[in-house]
Design a protein around this ligand. Structure first.
Ligand code: ADP
Ligand code: ADP
Length: 220
């Protein structure tokens, strides 16, 4: 999905916390967003995901405004999994149920993704019994199962164990390479941004101060 940000601002209590005159995220980008706490990263990606509204300006998705078709085709994974109080299987199946996909196909697709992510053994477990890393893997599986053309990750691997981080990175990389998706990843982990992203934007004080290839933006 091609994303064009135009004259975007966000103001909270008379304080402007985002001001992005123009920024283009071409289709099939894997963009990392880095920068200090309070830079406006989360607010920006929430607005891109359609979960928050800008004060002024707009975002175009494949040259169109936000509509239902686009809305159904993008998803976001947060620092916490926000799972439903049911099994892992039902959590991952949920986006497909919402799309009225039949039970057989749901079953096939759930088994495929949990196999790929190495969490097949968890499928009957209740969401509230999972570890932090397991919960994030389930949240990622639930995000990937409907083949989003835009995947947004906001610190999705922060605060989980290293083996879960690598499992998630592998799943994200694999998804990126096998689909024509655009991925936007907010991360504090500079090494992770270098491992995964093609392009990186450095935000500070509500603006994008620098952007380019990860080698241009991240020194060493
Ligand atoms: P980052 O993700 O880079 O840490 P955020 O987008 O979370 O930054 O926040 C940017 C700024 O906006 C911060 O100063 C934060 O306190 C402020 N902010 C974020 N959300 C709200 C809100 N709902 N109400 C008031 N201020 C907010
Ligand atoms: P409901 O439609 O009421 O949510 P489901 O039949 O979807 O009920 O699921 C009931 C339980 O059975 C779920 O908790 C899930 O773990 C399990 N389950 C359902 N379908 C499958 C399946 N095809 N393979 C493995 N487990 C399944």
């Amino acid at each position: 999905m091609d994303i064009q940000i135009k004259n975007l601002t966000k103001t909270y209590n008379n304080r402007k916390i985002l001001a992005i005159d123009g920024f283009h995220i071409p289709s099939k980008s894997f963009l990392g967003i880095i920068g200090p706490n309070g830079a406006g990263k989360s607010t920006l990606v929430k607005i891109i995901a359609g979960l928050d509204t800008p004060s002024t300006g707009c975002i175009l998705y494949n040259h169109e405004g936000l509509n239902q078709r686009i809305n159904r085709n993008m998803t976001m994974v947060f620092q916490k999994p926000y799972l439903l109080r049911t099994t892992v299987y039902n959590n991952i199946a949920y986006p497909l149920k919402l799309r009225n996909i039949n039970k057989e196909e749901i079953h096939t697709r759930v088994q495929k993704i949990i196999g790929e992510m190495g969490i097949a053994g968890l499928q009957h477990q209740k969401a509230w019994t999972l570890s932090g890393g397991e919960g994030q893997k389930v949240a990622l599986a639930r995000a990937l199962i409907f083949n989003p053309s835009l995947l947004i990750l906001d610190e999705a691997t922060a605060n989980i164990d290293p083996s879960s981080i690598y499992a998630m990175e592998d799943a994200i990389k694999c998804y990126y390479e096998n689909n024509h998706a655009t991925i936007i990843m907010v991360t504090h982990n500079i090494k992770q941004a270098k491992r995964l992203c093609n392009t990186v934007a450095f935000m500070n004080g509500g603006v994008i101060e620098e952007s380019g290839t990860s080698d241009e933006v991240i020194y060493n």
